[in-house]
Design a protein around this ligand. Structure first.
Ligand SMILES: Cc1ncc(COP(=O)(O)O)c(C=O)c1O
Length: 434
């Protein structure tokens, strides 16, 4: 039986009048009459305005690494904000936070704060351009690096739009992105060793930065083929390109040192947000001292809110908890159980499924044997994935409404939550058919 959605529908009608699509971010609109409006969130759960309770696997697209409204973090933030929110001066807690980031992230000698992942990647790209004196940026199809114009290309277009793999067409993901930026962006399929080599042979010396997610956290969790990240590292060294690893989703989630630690890869710069602050508004970018040191010497970076107290205090408290407790190991073990359990359920029902990604942030593609890039990911049965997601939501289990988006786990998900989720999926695959 479908759940009650009356209050959400009424609130959506009201919201349509004051916000485009009735939301403050395009990704939050699922459709008319099915977009949830939230009342509150605590631990691993959220409640919509109709009073329906969900086990939350969206976790706000990843930031909630400990749990919603995590008491220890919130208490620390409340204590700190009473001392003032902003002073346009540096305070000691901020210095201590930067020391923690440098200590935890193997490739980061120095860092700067920002307010969102979008800002972090935007600043990192400027620094890379300033450092190399070049303008062109390489990114991979299906990766997402935020809303700024420089990389909002070839993120979620239908795969036919991208043209031949030998000479991919870069597709802007929004109207309003200046046409002239086409000259500054090269897009390639993920995991394409030959394509990268080919493009670098012809244009390598124009390229300032190659930016990539370590695995495709905005496209089905597609993992790098063995050696792909190392190949990027070698080629960036060969051509003097700044290698930017976008750890906005993976940082402080798949390991305390993020994907750098997990894949043992050392980019020149890395970007962070999301799990850094357990939901408080904070982001960072950092990397090699040689590169970061040019900031302030002819290279501009800053912002009124870059050291906002809730963000800084939230990040300080979150990183302290990550360092001193087996948070990520616990999440990984629960996530592994969930992945294995779902896999068993699908296999038992004779449904082919390909799982990818780390257990704390994983995805699955239905009806395909393997996936290596966003082009072959689109062969998966996204429609069936969505039908299952809708049925699960009706039973109180909430993955995102977009099959590209991973399932996120947090420290507050319990073994009982995993059991309940598996029970729900075991039931729905019996009734909802491909
Ligand atoms: C890999 C990656 N980079 C950058 C961003 C942009 O971050 P924000 O939404 O904080 O601007 C996101 C957001 O989902 C992301 O997943």
């Amino acid at each position: 039986m479908p759940i009650k959605r009356e209050k959400s529908k009424i609130l959506q009608q009201r919201a349509f009048k004051s916000m485009p699509l009735g939301v403050n971010s395009n990704f939050r609109y699922w459709g008319d009459d099915i977009t949830p409006y939230v009342e509150k969130a605590k631990g691993a759960y959220l409640w919509d305005v109709d009073g329906n309770k969900y086990i939350d696997y969206r976790l706000a697209f990843g930031p909630i690494i400990l749990g919603h409204a995590y008491d220890e973090v919130d208490a620390f933030v409340i204590g700190e904000i009473k001392k003032g929110l902003l002073a346009a001066m540096t305070y000691e807690l901020e210095v201590a936070l930067m020391e923690k980031i440098v200590e935890m992230c193997p490739a980061v000698d120095m860092a700067r704060l920002a307010c969102s992942g979008t800002e972090a990647t935007m600043h990192a790209i400027r620094v890379a351009r300033a450092f190399t004196g070049r303008d062109v940026v390489i990114k991979f199809e299906g990766n997402y690096h935020g809303f700024h114009d420089y990389t909002l290309w070839s993120t979620y277009s239908p795969d036919q739009a991208y043209g031949s793999e030998r000479s991919p067409i870069s597709i802007p993901s929004s109207s309003g992105i200046p046409r002239s930026i086409t000259d500054l962006i090269i897009t390639l399929p993920f995991n394409d060793f030959d394509g990268l080599e080919r493009v670098l042979k012809s244009r390598g010396h124009q390229v300032a930065a190659l930016i990539t997610e370590p695995y495709q956290g905005n496209c089905g969790g597609i993992e790098p083929q063995p050696g792909f990240l190392q190949f990027i590292r070698e080629k960036c060294d060969e051509y003097g390109i700044v290698f930017i690893l976008d750890e906005v989703k993976t940082g402080f989630r798949i390991a305390n040192g993020g994907a750098q630690e997990y894949y043992n890869i050392r980019p020149d710069l890395a970007t962070y947000a999301k799990s850094l602050g357990n939901g408080y508004p904070v982001a960072a970018f950092g990397g090699k001292k040689e590169i970061m040191s040019i900031i302030g010497h002819g290279v501009a970076q800053g912002g009124t809110y870059t050291n906002n107290k809730p963000g800084v205090a939230g990040a300080y408290a979150t990183l302290s908890i990550l360092k001193n407790n087996p948070v990520l190991a616990t999440i990984e073990a629960r996530g592994r159980r969930l992945m294995d359990g779902l896999k068993f359920i699908f296999e038992d029902a004779g449904i082919q499924v390909f799982f990818s990604g780390h257990p704390s942030m994983f995805s699955f593609a239905i009806g395909v044997g393997s996936v290596t890039n966003s082009r072959n990911w689109s062969d998966a049965n996204g429609e069936y994935y969505l039908k299952l997601a809708d049925a699960a939501i009706d039973q109180g289990v909430m993955p995102d409404h977009d099959p590209r988006e991973p399932w996120f786990l947090c420290y507050s998900h319990s073994d009982e939550d995993i059991d309940k989720t598996l029970e729900v999926y075991a039931d729905i695959v019996k009734v909802v058919k491909p």
